[in-house]
Design a binder for this molecule. Sequence first.
Ligand code: UAG
Ligand code: ATP
Ligand code: API
Length: 496
Amino acid sequence: MTKTCAELFQGMECTIIGNGDEEVAGLAFRSDCAGPHDMFFCIVGNVVDGHSFAQDAIDRGATVLVVERKVYLADATDVTEVVVADSRKAMAHVAANFYDHPSRDFSLVGITGTNGKTTTTYLVEHIANAAGKRCGVIGTVGNKIAGVLERSDHTTPESPDLQQLFARMRDAGCDVVAMEVSSHALDLVRTWGSTFAVTAFTNLTQDHLDYHHTFDDYFEAKALLFSRDYPARRVISIDGAWGRELWRRCSEAGDEVITTGFDTTAQIHPVDVTYEAARTIVDLEVRGRRITVTYPLVGRFNVENVMTAFGCALQLGLSAEAIADALATMEPVPGRLERVAAAVEAPISVYVDYAHTPDALTKAIASIKALNDQRTCVVFGCGGNRDATKRPIMGQAALAADYAVVTSDNPRREDPLAIIDDIVGGMDGADNFFVEPDRRRAIAAAIAWAEPGDAVLIAGKGHEDYQIVGTETLSFDDRKVAAEELERAFGLKEQD
Ligand SMILES: CC(=O)N[C@H]1[C@@H](OP(=O)(O)OP(=O)(O)OC[C@H]2O[C@@H](n3ccc(=O)[nH]c3=O)[C@H](O)[C@@H]2O)O[C@H](CO)[C@@H](O)[C@@H]1O[C@H](C)C(=O)N[C@@H](C)C(=O)N[C@H](CCC(=O)O)C(=O)O
Ligand SMILES: Nc1ncnc2c1ncn2[C@@H]1O[C@H](COP(=O)(O)OP(=O)(O)OP(=O)(O)O)[C@@H](O)[C@H]1O
Ligand SMILES: N[C@H](CCC[C@H](N)C(=O)O)C(=O)O
């Protein structure tokens, strides 16, 4: 499949210097991934200027460069240069053209918000599948086509990868695609040129201030998914002030909005909730009608996610009855309040959860406490090279548990002890915690602390089966490590 350079830029202002009829074989934004007859996008990044990799891309066979300023390469007279105002936007525009706008061929549901995106996409997938639709999923745990999960580096892929994924989903016959849309993706226009049927907002609480700097900027990045760039039907949780602001904007623009929330003015809200150990029963009011939903997920925050997914499915045209029926057979989401299964009957319960923000940690601890009336110990850390200002707030939040073990998450290129110091800075004066930088030992210590009936919550890494230390990615899965430590503590494994 090839298209000419001029075809790919149709609908976008640009200056083509060279051969507009040049056939383009593929799209690349990393020079080491460029191949023969590719178009290479020179992106001015936050770390380096992609224009400096133009020669490398040419050496690997690229024949078209997309640039924000002409590069004038020696010995490359047969190279075509396309000068644009914004290489990232050009890349997204070209990628959608290159793959023939695949998102127009299915109903794309885009979900944004600080927490709850993965869970909500899984809920939408399950409901759509139960209704006989074929649903693709794009997000943090990976990308799913026809039920097969593929790992990915990003929550929301860069535009050429995203459009290629859409094309594969279209070709696999997907009717619906449920996609997590990160604030980074919106700010870096990875989704530009995509056609959404529904866009949904879960919540906005602190995260990623290393990138967005202020809450206002973080919100405005999320709000782009509800702007004229992405016309769609909307689902908005109005439990928080940011959601209410988004609702105001969408209503003003004349969008078709379904509101959700514990707020009784929301179109979808709970009238009564029963939290049980392995399931939740919710009497929902859905646009003036009562319907009971029972589903095998736990925790108050999952009531919010269920309502958001319910709204998305209604916006896709499914009936409330079909949605309620589907929820009854929902399966657990990997690494989200997942109970650790060990090959030993343990008198304590251990859960793994992906809470890596202050709000998520607060809510995950509260959910475990609501499930278990004895003591709770939380094991957690914070990621390196990510928002450092959330660390002391997470430290403070962890004190809501009876006991906390502060450990390492993915330290990345930061000193693990310096990250822990930041966390402990928020735990001043408390004596119900201790520090163990080694995550396995921290998990073992929490299990040793627990008495029969107590619960241990291991937060922060959820489904991740690795730990990033420096530039190395080591094998580490909280669920496996916790199972091993339970087996060691309760008799099946020999002590080292
Ligand atoms: C903050 C962020 O998202 N940064 C992304 C951004 O980086 P950048 O603008 O700084 O780019 P850069 O590294 O300066 O490089 C500039 C250009 O030179 C190219 N280059 C660079 C080096 C090289 O050797 N060769 C080369 O060609 C790069 O491909 C790029 O096109 O553009 C790069 C590709 O163009 C992305 O790889 C990079 O993602 C980084 C790795 C990242 O970690 N992003 C995370 C934070 C992220 O996107 N997370 C969200 C989820 C967040 C959530 O939890 O909600 C996600 O959607 O995944
Ligand atoms: N609606 C919610 N409100 C607050 N916290 C939530 C909510 N849903 C889930 N959480 C918490 O956030 C964690 C991550 O959930 P989930 O993966 O669904 O969110 P996410 O938005 O996809 O996060 P990320 O993009 O960082 O992967 C969960 O493990 C849980 O602790
Ligand atoms: N997508 C999130 C995930 C964080 C998960 C946590 N385990 C960490 O590594 O900080 C991020 O990149 O900020």
